[in-house]
Design a protein around this ligand. Structure first.
Ligand code: BES
Ligand code: ZN
Length: 676
């Protein structure tokens, strides 16, 4: 597997700190320490009351809105357990949200009400996360609603604003009237021209990790689980879908109703709207896409029923009723996103040969690891992704056999070694621990091969230690015991000790894997003869004058699978001559390749060499594809080049391409370009 978020190119969005700390800030900061202490002594209630009074005397009033002018509020009110949320979920939680929203495609605004049904509590305020939202008013109760006081905290570049609503211990409903703005990072509004059909515009959201707060004001911590329902109205003839029960055809009234009756974390609330059709695969699964892509999509994901069977046989029944996929426009920043009941998929998965089904196996596996049992904070991200990569590989082995599954793991392992080297040399060498410390950093920085590949390697090594049967039994029980729960790494390790290691008298050193950097020595080794053959072909080309001789003379692109080509391209010399590059291209036609993954690796190499005659194809590729992992390496290599002409090309291409990118990709590439 690739390094999902190349270490050099991490987003370093830092929270803005107050430059000078006024007296009040000092009091506030000190108070936090006291607060943490008092929490244990059950005096929190009293303290918060005192704290609110203290702050309200320093706020300036504006109707019902008090804009708190103290920068340190951002720090002081950060959730104690989850540093990426302002919410006070240890006092009071949202249990259900009903969204009554209108999507206006002309103004590119979503507006309406987020109605929160909140838990029983004894507190006088509830804190929500919000980012770049316009909060019109807040009311309490059902019928009648009464207007409430609220504060909107100072904006933090990463976390947004704390929205504090003053309630009473009797409050059951908090209704937030709001609208989105053009700064809402979760939202990607595409004009009709950027869709396949070119008739209707498209909108989709990306919530993970902390972007849901930029289209819904809510307690945006994965530790809190909620059910939701929604009534959504649009001003265009589009089909609206959510990570919930979904319609299969458009509604003339342009109004849609949704229910998600299982408790999910906020980052899994998702919406997509466009000129879509539904192609069923069987009773429980199918694909939404624009009609131009319907046949290709249904073919590409045709193995889905087999995958769902394989997954359920491994770790217990599929509990989300339906599993559908939506094929999004090219700007979608990820390969896939596991929104429950409706996986969001990148159109680059439509390769025509089912060679990207591993992404679908991955997103499906999240229906257990991630969606059923969720990381409690973003420091526990490996519980989501490491388990999922392990599980994904087990599904692949079940359906396509061990040789194919081993090819995947070998590629991943090579990437992991490279990533660990980069992490060791970076400013965060501790980041190769499974349990992360991302406080005050963007949780996206945890999206590296550590969570994904080291996490999976940990489970593979554990499998070797106790045997597959015992590990499977343990995992099956783990998904039953923690179904619909958010858990920390420590809850997992307690389970591991009690239910797997102790009963089997194992002294497996899980602590080294989780709390120490690098890869422990006892890790399992994986080999693939098929990949080794590709590597030796690459080495021959690197060293020989003759590019293709002997058995390679008649080799064609179609004779090998995607991962074999990745291995080949990655082992070619970074400074291969333009002449050799052209010869390789003449034989395998990588520059006009249909598979976007092979093409990305090829262009990454092209960016390192003098083979500039294919820059027009590269530019076209960068303007079409918005999947971050596929484009960031190309931009990064271009910017690392010693020749200005490459920097110029990267900058110009990005200028043309950026309107086709989602915020997630745009901000990563902007960082890469700005670094130069
Ligand atoms: N949940 C992730 C995507 C994600 C992670 C988005 C963190 C935002 C923050 C998804 O399941 C994923 O891992 N996608 C990979 C697929 C791959 C590992 C098979 C991707 O998009 O490349
Ligand atoms: Zn994932």
């Amino acid at each position: 597997m690739h390094l999902l978020y190349t270490y050099h190119n991490l987003l370093f969005i830092k929270t803005k700190k107050a430059e000078k700390i006024p007296l009040l800030s000092a009091i506030v900061i000190n108070s936090v320490a006291i607060f943490v202490f008092l929490q244990k002594n059950k005096m929190k209630q009293f303290f918060f009351l005192f704290f609110s009074i203290l702050l309200s005397t320093t706020s300036c009033e504006n109707n019902n809105t008090k804009v708190v002018e103290e920068n340190s509020l951002a720090i002081s009110e950060t959730n104690v357990e989850d540093s990426h949320s302002f919410s006070n979920i240890s006092d009071v939680q949202t249990e259900h949200i009903h969204l009554a929203l209108e999507i206006n495609f002309d103004q590119k605004i979503i507006s309406g009400i987020a109605r929160h049904k909140i838990s029983e509590h004894s507190t006088n305020k509830i804190i929500f996360d919000s980012k770049a939202l316009k909060i019109e008013k807040v009311t309490l109760g059902k019928v009648p609603e009464t207007e409430a006081d609220f504060d909107l905290g100072v904006e933090d570049e990463l976390l947004g604003q704390a929205l504090t609503v003053y309630i009473t211990p009797e409050t059951e409903y908090v209704n937030i009237y709001y609208s989105t703005t053009d700064k809402c990072e979760a939202l990607d509004w595409l004009p009709a021209e950027l869709t396949s059909g070119k008739k209707e515009p498209f909108l989709y959201t990306q919530g993970q990790a902390i972007l849901t707060r930029s289209w819904i004001p809510l307690q945006d911590s994965p530790a809190n689980r909620i059910t939701y329902s929604a009534d959504i109205k649009t001003n265009r003839d589009v089909l609206v879908l959510m990570s919930a029960s979904n319609p299969t055809t458009k509604n003339k009234s342009r109004e849609y109703h949704f229910e998600m009756n299982q408790k999910i974390p906020s980052y899994l609330i998702a919406l997509a709207a466009g000129d879509l059709v539904y192609t069923p695969i069987n009773e429980i699964c199918g694909v939404y896409s624009e009609k131009e892509l319907a046949d290709a999509s249904a073919y590409e994901f045709g193995d889905l029923p087999k995958m769902i069977d394989a997954a359920s046989n491994l770790y217990g029944p599929y509990l989300w009723e339906k599993y559908d996929i939506i094929v999004l426009p090219y700007s979608f920043p990820f390969g896939g996103m596991e929104n429950p009941r409706l996986t969001f998929a990148n159109p680059t998965l439509l390769t025509g040969d089912r060679s990207s089904t591993t992404v679908i196996a991955h997103e499906l596996a999240h229906s257990w690891s991630g969606n059923l049992v969720t990381n409690s904070t973003w420091n526990d991200f490996w519980l989501n992704e490491g388990f999922t990569v392990y599980f994904e590989n087990r599904i692949m082995e079940e359906i396509y056999g061990k040789e194919i599954a081993d090819i995947m793991t070998t590629i991943e392992y090579q990437d992991l070694k490279a990533s660990i080297g980069e992490i060791e040399d970076s400013s965060f060498p501790e980041d190769s621990k499974l349990k992360l410390e991302l406080n005050e950093r963007n949780p996206d920085e945890g999206m590296t091969d550590i969570a994904y590949v080291k996490g999976a390697l940990f489970l593979r090594t554990l499998e070797k230690e106790v045997g597959r049967e015992k590990l499977d039994q343990f995992l099956k029980q783990y998904f039953i015991d923690h179904a619909f729960e958010s858990i920390t790494t420590e809850i997992f390790t307690k389970d591991l000790e009690d239910n797997l290691l102790q009963p089997n008298n194992s002294t497996f050193n899980y602590k080294e894997w989780i709390y120490e950097p690098g890869i422990p020595k006892n890790h399992v080794e994986i080999h693939s003869v098929r990949l080794e053959r590709m590597i030796s072909m690459a080495k021959r080309i690197n060293n020989d004058k003759e590019t293709f001789t002997g058995e390679y003379l008649h080799l064609k692109r179609k004779d090998r699978i995607t991962q074999e080509w990745l291995s080949f391209i990655r082992n070619l010399d970074k400074n291969l001559s333009a002449d050799k590059m052209k010869k390789i291209d003449d034989q395998f036609h990588f520059s006009t390749e249909a598979n976007a993954i092979i093409k990305s690796d090829w262009f990454k190499l092209v960016a390192n060499t003098q083979y500039r005659e294919v820059y027009p194809q590269m530019s076209e590729y960068l303007q079409l594809i918005g999947r971050r992992w596929l484009v960031e390496g190309i931009y990064s290599n271009l910017m690392k080049s010693s020749e200005e002409i490459d920097h110029q090309f990267a900058r110009e291409t990005f200028e043309k391409a950026k309107k086709n990118y989602h915020f997630v990709t745009r901000s990563t590439i902007q960082q890469i370009i700005d670094k130069q």
